[in-house]
Design a protein around this ligand. Structure first.
Ligand SMILES: [Zn+2]
Length: 99
């Protein structure tokens, strides 16, 4: 179930899992990393704070949080792949990155 919400920080309309959510994902993440660089877990925390995700995303996120094998950034990137489909260029970059 998604609720139509308006962010009280940037006034953007967004859809949230949380009926009482008053902050969008972007603002939640900005607030989290406002005093430094993003740390592992900040992205997931922002998603949970804003609730700005689909039911499927929420279940995926829950699995990721329960897994010690995947970082928060990888979970975030997988969600983008769910939206836009696998990106060959991204996969190539990732392979080079690990060399
Ligand atoms: Zn906002």
């Amino acid at each position: 179930m998604l609720y139509d919400r308006t962010c009280q920080t940037c006034e953007k309309d967004f859809r949230s899992q949380r009926k009482e959510s008053n902050i969008c994902y972007g603002c939640a993440l900005t607030r989290l990393i406002g005093n430094g660089g993003p740390e592992e877990g900040d992205i997931n925390t922002a998603l949970l704070t804003s609730g700005e995700m689909s039911d499927e995303d929420a279940h995926q996120l829950q699995r990721d949080l329960e897994s010690v094998d995947h970082s928060a950034e990888e979970a975030f990137e997988r969600q983008f792949e769910d939206y836009y489909g696998p990106d060959d260029c991204y996969l190539d970059d990732d392979e080079e990155w690990t060399r």
